[in-house]
Design a protein around this ligand. Structure first.
Ligand code: KG4
Ligand code: ZN
Length: 337
């Protein structure tokens, strides 16, 4: 079964063809990084306009690369939430038109679930596994019971981890996109030059929650307060010190979730899953089977949408053309084991 996956939730215009949920025949990611660089952040109106201009060509390229025609497709999966509304609507309406014209089944896919599924395309884990979703908009620690059943243990109570990377990088002019710039700088820095505060949420309802606004503000506004007074206040040292705490917070919570649930499998997803320090630190966890997506599947991509959509289509969970896009996260059930 060949599924066309369409992803336009933010600044990547991506279309993929995936066969039977696992074989990626093509995964075209047309990034808008260059167009947003001068603003040091994604400008929603520019993003949606570029999706309008690019989506047709990106789809044709995805079909060409997969060496199939659109007549050979068995269904369409498209991200309909969460994300920038104008950007989502471009993909959703394009997918609906494609589905209507070719009489193909269509399914709307939740971007968060797709990020949590991405690691399963190339190295599947047995269910349930602990899911760590770390992106520019979300930070979620959860139990993934199946591709469609996510039990949230903790989230950020303020900024997402990727957002903190982006804001710190923007403030210090480290480069754009911020996460990649900090990852690169940190490799040459000393992570103990600044002792920034980590998230202190530990009890009750908040035991798996994280917070990034304190760390972000400390790194941006209180550099001197947390400086060791000896070493250089260089970009490398700021980046490494910030990253140690930002990633350390996630690793601590994941460790706790694994200990409490006794689920010794971990699937990571989202743009921050590309972070080299996060990967290194998680791989140090003993007796835990970890699945990371390959780099192309960490950030936003159509392949994860097609791969997850395959399961819905195979099981007949289709949408009719009445569905719409939503900027908001769907309600996930939250529990505290
Ligand atoms: O999943 P994604 O592409 O888009 C959202 O759904 O948000 O994630 C984008 C986020 C950005 O905040 C970006 O700075 C971050 O992922 N990111 C990284 C790295 N690569 C991308 N953060 C830390 N280290 C990286 N290597
Ligand atoms: Zn994403």
């Amino acid at each position: 079964m060949k599924i066309l996956g369409i992803e336009t939730s933010c600044d990547e215009c991506s279309v993929a063809v995936v066969e039977n949920g696992t074989t990626i025949l093509s995964n075209i990611v047309a990034t808008q990084i260059e167009q947003h660089r001068q603003f040091q952040g994604v400008v929603p109106e520019i993003a949606s306009r570029l999706h309008v201009e690019w989506i047709q060509a990106v789809t044709e390229t995805a079909l060409e690369k997969a060496e199939i025609t659109n007549k050979e497709l068995d269904g369409i999966a498209v991200t309909n939430r969460p994300g920038l509304l104008g950007s989502l609507l471009v993909g959703v309406n394009f997918a609906k038109a494609y589905s209507a014209a070719l009489n193909l089944p269509i399914v709307a896919v939740d971007h968060i679930r797709a990020h949590l599924y991405a690691s399963q395309i190339e190295s599947p884990l047995q269910y349930p596994y602990i899911g760590l979703l770390v992106s520019g908009g979300h930070t979620i620690i959860c139990i993934v019971h199946s591709y469609d059943d996510i039990e949230v243990l903790g989230t950020t109570i303020d900024d997402a981890v990727g957002e903190a990377f982006d804001k710190v990088a923007k403030h210090y002019n480290f480069g754009y996109p911020g996460g990649v710039a900090i990852d690169r700088l940190a490799q040459k820095g000393d992570s103990k030059v600044f002792m920034f505060p980590g998230s202190t949420l530990q009890k009750g309802q908040h035991k798996y929650d994280v917070s990034y606004s304190g760390l972000k503000s400390a790194t941006i506004n209180q550099l001197d307060l947390f400086w060791n007074g000896v070493d250089e206040k260089s970009p490398e040292n700021i980046a490494a010190s910030f990253q140690r705490v930002a990633i350390g917070t996630l690793v601590k919570k994941v460790k706790k979730a694994i200990e409490d649930t006794k689920i010794k499998r971990l699937g990571v997803g989202g743009g921050v899953a590309a972070n080299s320090y996060l990967r290194k630190e998680l791989l140090r966890l003993k007796d835990v089977e970890i699945s990371f997506p390959s780099m192309a599947l960490c950030g936003d991509n159509g392949a994860m949408i097609a791969a997850l959509g395959y399961h819905y289509i195979k099981e007949g969970h289709l949408d009719n053309l009445n569905f719409t896009a939503s900027a908001r996260v769907a309600a996930f059930k939250k529990s505290y084991p």
